[in-house]
Design a protein around this ligand. Structure first.
Ligand code: 0PR
Length: 369
């Protein structure tokens, strides 16, 4: 007989190597539990969680460089520039929706979103629900958006260009400044998907966020590298108009409008995002970026030393060739490992992925190779 729910426990993160989920920060976990039954979708009723959402957005504005570009950076006014979503999917859907509804193309066909083929599958969902055409363009040999291909794809029907800062499969950062120039020339906004990369990038050499002119909206997820509890994504916009375009009247609530896609949403994610950033921005995240980058470099060297082809990591995500039989055998030993579309094994060096756990993984690989 199946044991009761109360007796069951989630699996440990010890052998989880390809997921973008991780152990929340202890303060984030506690905050999530306290605010579990609140609804930030109704700020007039749940004022404390609404205030925490303003703080979380202010935190995300720091992470993405928005505070450096908007004149008035106090949390009250920043609140109109973003909100805590349910995750990267909602953020990306909403970015596409906002761009579609702000566009004035006089387009003949469906509005077009141009994105590199490395863009996350949430853009396909967005295209499907929003009635836009997703026009994907090739990446270069290194897995970054090909700027010339993007330029060729932007025509009069285009309403949005997408760049990815930290791709799901390889952790690649697209050339955001070049894409931004292109977007400005074409008269379309640029959306940067930094759902995974966003909490690493401030400590890297990349130009990626609102510091780059032409970047209009950014996805950045506290529930990935930000160490908040699920669900906590982030959507940020340079101009309040991008959020205004999403606002729907809410006649019977005390608050007059709502920009989020979901109605009732858990205060757990919002509170835990605020708590995680209070604890970790900036030094904690910097330390994790440095730790994870070191671990990724070390892992790439170890794999290379075993004669395996490794995709040189840019952010802490390592893709490498592993023979099919070995891949299946390590999975049978409990390692949770997934593959890229090109069949490489893929290790995301999340906060719970340590050198010690990877050493144990490599011992299993040695044993099986
Ligand atoms: N944008 C990028 C660049 C992403 O990598 C992801 C998620 C998203 C958007 C969508 O975010 P949400 O899943 O929060 O809506 N990438 C991971 C992936 O598809 C999501 C994931 C996380 C998958 C944990 C498995 C897992 O265990 O691989």
């Amino acid at each position: 007989m199946q044991s009761s729910v109360a007796e069951r426990r989630p699996q440990s993160f010890e052998r989880v190597l390809s997921s973008m989920c991780t152990e929340p920060h202890p303060a984030a976990r506690r905050a999530a539990e306290r605010f579990l039954a609140t609804n930030p979708g109704d700020p007039a009723t749940y004022a404390t969680i609404a205030a925490l959402e303003r703080e979380a957005v202010a935190g995300l504005a720091e992470v993405t460089g928005l505070t450096g570009v908007v004149a008035d950076a106090d949390p009250e006014s920043l609140a109109a520039h973003g909100y805590v979503t349910s995750g990267g999917t909602e953020s990306n859907v909403q970015a596409v929706r906002s761009a579609r509804d702000r566009a004035d193309t006089g387009a003949s066909g469906d509005p077009v979103v141009v994105a590199p083929e490395s863009a996350h599958f949430s853009f396909h969902k967005a295209a499907s629900v929003l009635g836009v055409e997703l026009r994907t363009v090739p990446t270069d040999a290194d897995g970054r958006a090909d700027v010339d291909a993007a330029a060729a794809a932007l025509d009069g029907d285009a309403v949005l260009l997408v760049g990815v800062a930290g791709t799901t499969e390889y952790g690649r950062v697209d050339p955001i400044p070049a894409l931004a120039d292109l977007a400005v020339d074409a008269g379309v906004p640029l959306h940067v998907d930094a759902a995974w990369g966003g909490f690493h990038l401030p400590f890297s050499d990349h130009d990626w966020g609102f510091a780059v002119d032409g970047v209009d909206t950014v996805t950045v997820d506290p529930h990935k590298v930000g160490r908040a509890a699920v669900p906590a994504g982030g959507l940020l916009a340079r101009d309040r108009g991008a959020l205004d375009a999403l606002a729907i009247d809410t006649p019977y609530l005390e608050t007059a409008s709502q920009a989020s896609l979901t109605g009732t949403r858990s205060g757990a994610g919002v509170a835990s995002a605020a708590a995680a950033m209070e604890e970790l921005w900036r030094d904690g995240y910097r330390a994790e970026y440095e730790r994870a980058s070191d671990v990724a470099e070390w892992l790439a060297g170890e794999l290379h030393g075993r004669g395996l082809r490794v995709v040189d990591p840019e952010l802490p995500l390592v893709a490498f060739d592993l023979p099919d039989a070995t891949f299946e055998a390590v999975r049978e030993r409990g390692w949770r490992l997934s593959r890229t579309g090109a069949d490489e094994a893929r290790i995301v060096v999340m906060p719970h992925v340590s050198r010690a756990s990877l050493t144990a993984f490599l011992e299993d690989v040695d044993d099986l190779l």
